[in-house]
Design a protein around this ligand. Sequence first.
Ligand code: SF4
Length: 456
Amino acid sequence: MTLTEKLLARAAGKARVSAGDNIWVKADVLMTHDVCGPGTIGVFKREFGKTARVWDRERVVIIPDHYIFTADSKSNRNVDILRDFAREQGLPYFYDVIDEPGGQWKFDTSKGLLKRQYGSQYAGVCHAALPQKGHTRPGEILFGTDSHTCMAGAFNEFATGIGNTDAGFVMGTGKLLIKVPETMRFRLEGRLQPGVMAKDLILHIIGEIGFDGATYRAMQFDGPGVASLSMDDRMTVANMAIEAGGKNGIFPFDARTAEYVEARTRLNGTRSHYEPVEADADQAFCYETVVDLDKLEPTVACHPDPGQRKRARDMADVRLDRAYIGSCTGGKTSDFVEFARVVRGRRVAIDTFGVPATPEIVHDLQTTRWGGETIWDILVGSGVQMTENAGCAACLGGPVDTFGRMNTPLKCISATNRNFPGRMGHKDSQVFLASPATVAASALAGHVADPRALVA
Ligand code: SF4
């Protein structure tokens, strides 16, 4: 069996499963957020009754993160609905925006968009927050009401996005009917060269198979090249499995995975026991390819979908209005570090927005020093508009007052993960997906640029 089949077989209590089997699997964690949480709660109450209890308080994780830092009252209200539900159910893992359990969330526009407006429990973008807060464990099944839930496949678990109806069912029963996906294998060899990042790897792969090339399939990334990828790198790759239509992305377990997971479960006091899976010798794949990491180049996915692959060095004629670094995919500490490496001592030529994915990343950037300067200072000094209000921000457009949102038909190069029309705001805007290093080089140049000369 492949890694995904082994995970699903275990969760179904079966010795063996094959692609195409329909099986009931037990959920280890159900995650929801402010956009889908209220709908999920509505389905749960409608189907299980107004006084129903969730199947397991310890396994429901609620992370407001999407439409948070906006004056839009309906968006603010969603956070209050989540708070009421968490209190009613006694959920220990609700990462509220505010610290007052009986309070109401309201964004204060008079304080502006840049300065922190959240309390001590707020966790930021769900997919980056789940591992940081100790909710990703090898061998587990994670369902989330968000398509990029597949990011947790970096941790050797089966993680996938589900709709509100399925999530309402999981909330009440702890299980879900799943068709076992076929597995595509991407065997990684070699190592990424300076100026080339994990984002280039996944953009290369999606360019190879197309934005629907993995529809309802597992994308298994294995081979000797995995060892050179950090957990942040693996998260970037697994995150974008869905951009090829994948059901999930999955990495093998190794010492790096163990180190990360054990540190995070210890730090947060979350469940620490886990049982990783190893692939069998007799794996059956519907597709196999080898990717030589040494040969990859800075890569861009052009408007209007993540499969429109080009080399950054061939795109110098594409002039840009805006650059954006942020999101679960591209707003991690390591992403900002690579961005800062490129822009340090230089100045961006176009409007450039930076949104860390989580408050912990804000803290990392504001406390990590290169010479006398923090990384945050380097970014701000180079002209990047950095907000402390970690969250999804303009990655999916959001209300009109969202930080970095494209309210006019601009061209933007972005470290985010999705670029279908209208994704970051205006329906006629264009988004070019790239690594943080390529976004940085392009922000300096005002057109798409290869970052390698700037990191040598
Ligand atoms: S940062 Fe973007 S891709 Fe990630 S969860 Fe938020 S909206 Fe979705």
